[in-house]
Design a protein around this ligand. Sequence first.
Ligand code: HEC
Ligand code: HEC
Length: 289
Amino acid sequence: MTNRETDEATGVETTGHEWDGIKELDNPMPRWWLWTFYACIVWALGYAIAYPSLPFVSGAPKGVLGYSSRANLHADIADANAEQADLLQKIETLPLAAIRNDANTFQFAVSGGRAAFAVNCSQCHGSGAQGSPGYPNLNDDVWLWGGSLDEIHTTLKHGIRFQQDDDTRFSLMPAFGTDGLLSRPQIIDTSHFVRKLGGLEHDTEAAERGAPLYEENCAVCHKSNGVGDRKQGAPSLTDAISHYGDGLNAIAAQISRPRHGVMPGWKDRLDPATLKQLAIYVHSLGGGE
Ligand code: HEC
Ligand code: HEC
């Protein structure tokens, strides 16, 4: 304060601050700035009265407008639910084929199914349902147990080799090796024959020796021509798709000691509408049988 003086060049009083000979002029705030500042204060007061703003120990005053982002969210969710309730109701009551044919409901079911798939199924079948050895790819139109809407729905409800459900899909390929039904050389011969069925490179003589063994032990499930049997979940051995690998060792390992893949049933864990949406979604992936 003591250093205040009047600047010669401008005639304005200085603040008394000085740095290396540079002095600060005590100019008044610009008008526009002051008015903006006052306007902000007025606006803030108005806001504090109208909206919840002042934080107290337990909550804030509600404000005269009674605004609450939480209540708005609840209202939005209720609106969305009401909109969806209509579609969910349809999904619950309509047969699968009818849902498939109603464009709007179908669309809704596919997105609902996709979301439910990401949560419940992707850890085994992969996020894109592409599968991995032992976990079938659901994008192709090759099915172990059936690829119609109703077959898929049944698989989902009751699972596969899922002990907790009496209606589960069930079959057990015998353990030809570990149970001593076939000797090691016989298993290798049969494996060559399986590769022959699949159109893969094989030892002709071994495959010839394997043919009668196959007919006797395997054809009941995989059929004489190797096309498989969906009633037993026995995969086709003729197509390019293999569940556990189509190398000679992989085939021999499966014959010796089958995996007996397990898929949990979902009827006690997911509600009926979700199960139907999942069936529609999975069906839509493969183009749908
Ligand atoms: C714990 C792992 C696991 C989970 C989780 C799982 N699956 Fe599976 N799923 C399997 C296995 C293993 C098989 C093959 C069983 C077999 O060898 O027959 C299978 C088979 C299937 C099949 C039959 C495919 C065919 O070719 O017939 C469908 C459809 C299917 N799963 C859909 C689903 C859906 C939808 C979900 C989620 C609700 C799901 N899975 C969750 C392991 C799983
Ligand atoms: C009772 C029915 C049954 C009989 C009999 C049977 N299988 Fe299987 N097989 C299955 C089923 C079901 C699977 C699916 C995977 C599993 O359950 O382990 C399978 C899977 C396979 C696979 C794997 C296919 C893939 O895609 O990876 C091969 C290979 C195979 N069987 C070969 C044979 C041969 C060879 C015999 C005879 C020595 C035989 N199976 C007898 C039911 C049977």
